[in-house]
Design a binder for this molecule. Sequence first.
Ligand SMILES: C[S@@+](CC[C@H](N)C(=O)[O-])C[C@H]1O[C@@H](n2cnc3c(N)ncnc32)[C@H](O)[C@@H]1O
Length: 374
Amino acid sequence: MLLSNTKNFGWRGRWIAWRNRVFASERFQRFAMRFPLTRPIARARARGLFDLVAGFTYSQILAACVQTGLLDLLAQGPLDAATISARIDLPAAGTERLLRGAAALGLVEPLGSGWALGSDGAALRGNRGIAEMVAHHHLLYADLADPVALLRRGGGGGQLSRHWHYAESAGRGDADAVAAYSTLMATSQPLVAAQAVDSYRFDRHRRLLDVGGGEGAFLQAVAERVPGIELGLFDLPAVGERARVRFDSAGLASRTQVFGGDFLCDSLPEGYDLVSLIRVLHDHDDGPALALLRAIHAALPAGGRLFIAEPMARTPGAEPVGDAYFGFYLLAMGSGRPRSSVEIRAMLREAGFAKSRVLATAMPLTTSAILANR
Ligand SMILES: C[S@@+](CC[C@H](N)C(=O)[O-])C[C@H]1O[C@@H](n2cnc3c(N)ncnc32)[C@H](O)[C@@H]1O
């Protein structure tokens, strides 16, 4: 017996059912491959489907490139395979296999009798944060080895939730527990900071408090752009200590104040006319996320503003990053979910913010931004 009755889903349901019957039919697929006008589309769709099927293998080739230092090595200039093999400490056959796989993905490219860095390899190397993300992905992939089991147990309980200590033990984490994730956040912050700082006039404000500010990399980027602004950072005490070290060595100690605490139960410092939440909201389930927005609303003066930046779900052109990548990443982490800008703005209204708007960013794939008025 059929469970679904397409009639219940209106004309769109009927259209989708018809389209899917056509796309699934072998006769149509054969026709689309042969007919000159549909052939390029058929090939592109097949390639897209193959990438979906093979994505994990591609990621592991990239992981091997990062782990062996292959991309860093070729960034110094082209080399022959024997030298590469000796330098990355793989047997000749393994080196050849890796080079060919990486070349197929645009990470390296053959050059005469040797090998050079490929254009995508160069772009990846240009951002240390990406290499750090790739390097920690073994934790995610271990948790995703059985995705159905992960979905059944409701997330968490694996390697990634141990890495993000606060996901398992909300509001806690000693120096050892916070070290690895804080380093990852600080090295990947350039992916976000430049865009966030470009998307809004931070110089309209006198005092900025970055809540969940990590090691202070974002505030350091703001300080470089906006000379007069006073800066505050709120994070778990062990993370705050790391921020203090960064501010001291960057000569920012006199402009910054660090507050250690748990933003899920401690009140936030007042006297800041701008609060920022950078890659923080999506880490938390709806209840705590709403409580945090309410706490920020309470700490802001009338006319104060909240700036939120993180990758958001259902961002046009960047859909897989939200609900696919972060949807499953945060599931494995055991806390939070990616939200669309529409969902975040609805939460802001619920928390008491009078108005909010989406700000344009250069690369919504990594960073979307919202500004809310108290
Ligand atoms: C994903 S990191 C983002 C760090 C930084 N904003 C960035 O973009 O690089 C989330 C931060 O929130 C902090 N955090 C998580 N739960 C917290 C809590 N209950 N109280 C205070 N800070 C917390 C973590 O320690 C971490 O530094």
